[in-house]
Design a protein around this ligand. Structure first.
Ligand code: IMP
Ligand code: MG
Length: 170
């Protein structure tokens, strides 16, 4: 395991994103939607640094097919409240191919929010579908497999306060 993003560096970047978000959503009815499971730590830290009033909800999806076609997803945790007419910020841990995000954006759009923006701590931009837009990217990364700060490998390592590249997994 090779540490790539220190706890301090992540903390600093999360605060920068939160400042930007606080400015952009000022006077709006913001609902922050954390995407489980990976987004739980990023969402918790981001929320605590967002300086404007907002609601927090969570949703989860999982792919049940081969993951190759983007239709193979299902919602495994629904939102508690409708986001109709609200300003929504979806918070994802990492955008790899972008299929999960694409599916979740489509699902949330069905509720007709006033606007929908996306924050992702990591974005494998070179690899991800070019149609996928991350409005608030934490870090643009290479196609490495990352663990820590919410990101897991086979369910483990989410608790690491830093983010490391897991070697020998490709
Ligand atoms: P996508 O649908 O290909 O964008 O994959 C997104 C999901 O796959 C993320 O929400 C993560 O749960 C998982 N994932 C993708 N890349 C990594 C990684 O490098 N480390 C840990 N999980 C990852
Ligand atoms: Mg995830």
């Amino acid at each position: 395991m090779k540490p790539l993003y220190s706890e301090e560096r992540i903390h600093h970047r999360v605060e920068e994103l939160a400042r930007e978000i606080s400015r952009d959503f000022l006077s709006k009815e913001l609902v922050v939607i954390g995407i489980l499971n990976g987004g739980f730590i990023f969402t918790a830290d981001l929320c605590r640094s967002i300086a404007i009033p907002h609601e927090v909800d969570f949703m989860a999806a999982s792919s049940y097919g081969d993951g190759i076609t983007s239709g193979d997803f299902k919602i495994t945790k629904e939102l508690k409240k409708s986001v109709h007419n609200k300003s929504v910020l979806l918070v994802e841990d990492i955008v790899d191919t972008g299929k999960t995000l694409e599916y979740l954006v489509t699902e949330v759009q069905k509720q007709n929010p006033k606007e929908l923006k996306v924050a992702a701590l990591f974005w494998k931009k070179q690899k991800a579908n070019p149609h996928i837009i991350v409005d608030y990217p934490g870090f643009i990364t290479e196609d490495d497999f990352l663990v820590g700060y919410g990101l897991d490998y086979k369910g483990k390592f989410r608790n690491l306060p830093y983010v490391a590249k897991l070697e020998g997994t490709d």
